[in-house]
Design a protein around this ligand. Structure first.
Ligand SMILES: Nc1ncnc2c1ncn2[C@@H]1O[C@H](COP(=O)(O)OP(=O)(O)OP(=O)(O)O)[C@@H](O)[C@H]1O
Ligand SMILES: [Mg+2]
Length: 259
């Protein structure tokens, strides 16, 4: 049972110790990570995925339930409590979506067929271009693959820790992400350049030069701003969907939408 993970500070690119004592995330907590390109966001979540023990370029340590994880937890993929989905994540198995999900469910000892349908349904909430059970996983687009793997990690995967690197580029719909954040019992970490996603979490890390520069907790003013931003973003989403569907984006459409 994973109750919490703890990140102990390492060093930034200039070998300066990071400016925090420890960061602890409990089951059900979500956090986002922001910062300029090259500031170390992916390196931070990669440390978590590797359960780093001072042996990565950052020198961070990751603890599970306050303790150093056992070797087999680190190195046995079946025991690994972490699912990481990045922009480059691909499925290589020569299977249909149905076979892929079914095999995974069976490996997790979930013996009902419903979970396969539920997972595909959730994946299709994330992505505009629908996936079918008959699609070959190798032929899915990047966005479809990430949507499927996120749904799979949430519903079938036992991993209590999910790391998502820039999923906004997966064409993921934010309303569904919010629902997940509200209802999750997992630890979910979002690396993002998107203000709407970043403000969905109550806490965020600001990275710079390879280190955590600041830990920000959302105050009331920011929560209000987050709500406004989400509304703007939904309006922008309507324009985006019109664009994707091949419609003309007229002045009238824009002003009617933002009125
Ligand atoms: N503390 C550190 N010490 C040494 N090297 C680091 C450190 N943090 C990150 N790096 C290295 O710096 C490079 C950029 O880091 P990273 O890929 O994590 O940036 P990023 O914030 O994810 O950028 P992007 O937004 O472009 O994805 C990588 O090669 C990474 O290994
Ligand atoms: Mg990155």
């Amino acid at each position: 049972m994973i109750k919490e993970i703890t990140i102990l500070p390492g060093k930034d690119k200039n070998d300066h110790k990071e400016n925090f004592d420890q960061i602890t995330l409990k089951a059900g907590e979500t956090i986002s990570i922001v910062g300029p390109t090259g500031s170390g966001k992916t390196a931070f979540i990669t440390d978590i995925e590797l359960l780093a023990q001072g042996d990565t370029s950052t020198g961070r340590y990751i603890l599970i339930n306050g303790k150093k994880p056992a070797e087999e937890v680190r190195y046995d993929p079946a025991q690994k409590p972490i699912a990481m989905i990045t922009q480059n994540t691909k499925c290589f198995a020569d299977l249909s979506v149905e076979e892929f999900l079914y095999i995974h469910a069976r490996a997790r000892k979930i013996n009902n067929k419903k979970i396969v349908n539920d997972t595909m349904r959730l994946a299709n909430k994330f992505t505009g271009e629908k996936i079918t059970l008959q699609n070959k996983v190798t032929l899915l687009s990047g966005g479809q693959t990430r949507s499927l793997l996120i749904a799979d990690a949430l519903l079938i995967g036992a991993a209590p820790i999910i790391l998502l690197d820039e999923i906004e580029n997966a064409g993921i719909f934010k309303q569904e992400v919010i629902e997940i954040i509200k209802s999750t019992s997992k630890i979910i970490i979002f690396v993002t350049h998107d203000p709407v996603i970043a403000l969905l979490t109550k806490k965020r890390l600001i990275m710079s030069n390879g280190g955590v520069r600041k830990i920000v907790s959302q105050n009331e003013s920011e929560s209000g701003a987050a709500k406004n931003l989400l509304e703007y973003d939904q309006k922008m989403g309507v324009i985006r969907e019109n664009l994707r569907a091949g419609f003309e984006i007229t002045k009238e459409l824009v002003s009617a939408n933002f009125a």
